[in-house]
Ligand binder design. Structure first.
Ligand SMILES: N[C@@H](CCC(=O)N[C@@H](CS)C(=O)NCC(=O)O)C(=O)O
Length: 218
């Protein structure tokens, strides 16, 4: 049985969502960001940077959400990937990795809005990272604006879980009102039974307890 090392509302949600989309049986090993469990030697033996997701699969452990999704497409869910030689292969790789380009700004904003105490925050960093997040969402909106339903014209794929997983969090820091194509994509994503099943299994909110985190005054 595949085991997903998971923390609620984290990047491991991308993998959890994908497992549901692909109908792959799995078990969750739940972790928390509180305490030092992710720094324990037993967990570092699984994930060397002490990060989630990590996936126990085929007699080994895989970490890095993008690598996990690509591996699962290749070994178990080819319809959700684009194999070498397929027309959308290059786009598949680009958008798979773009999920992390979005996530780097989400990580900064999560630290600033949620992890740090108010007196530790930097309004400059918050404004800059919100702007930089908006720029990467512009990049997504450009492709979604050409009338497609999913990131790849050929149909829903792992890249929708990867970049879409980041979009779900991005909405907590920026309103999608200015990007109707992203808003419509978000509506399509949240209507998917696979996403709903993953949300039901995700676990209680640990990080994001509010729907939206506005920029503080100043
Ligand atoms: N590039 C990695 C990033 C993994 C990552 O940073 N995960 C975060 C949760 S979203 C984590 O485990 N953080 C724990 C920590 O920084 O201590 C991936 O996509 O899997």
């Amino acid at each position: 049985m595949i085991v997903l090392h998971h923390a609620a509302q984290s990047r491991s949600f991308r993998v959890l969502w994908f497992l549901h989309e692909a109908g792959i049986p799995h078990r969750l090993e739940r972790h928390s960001f509180g305490g030092k469990a992710l720094r324990a030697p037993e967990f570092l033996a699984i994930s060397p940077a002490g990060r989630v997701p990590a996936l126990e699969v085929d007699g080994r452990v895989l970490f890095e959400s993008g690598a996990i999704l690509e591996y699962l497409c290749e070994t178990r869910a080819p319809a959700l990937g684009r194999a070498p030689g397929q027309a959308e292969r290059a786009d598949f790789l680009e958008w798979l990795h773009y999920g992390e380009t979005i996530a780097q700004h989400l990580a900064q904003l999560t630290f600033q809005h949620i992890v740090l105490r108010p007196e530790q925050r930097s309004l400059t960093v918050m404004k800059l990272e919100t702007l930089r997040l908006s720029r990467v969402l512009d990049g997504l909106a450009q492709v979604m604006g050409d009338g497609r339903d999913w990131l790849l014209p050929g149909g829903f794929s792992a890249v929708d879980c990867m970049a879409g997983g980041s979009l779900l969090i991005a909405r907590r820091f920026v309103s999608l009102d200015g990007w109707p194509a992203l808003d419509a994509w978000h509506e399509r994503l949240v209507a998917r039974p696979g996403l709903r099943a993953a949300q039901a299994e995700d676990g209680p909110a640990e990080l994001y307890r509010r729907d939206f985190y506005p920029m503080p005054e100043g």
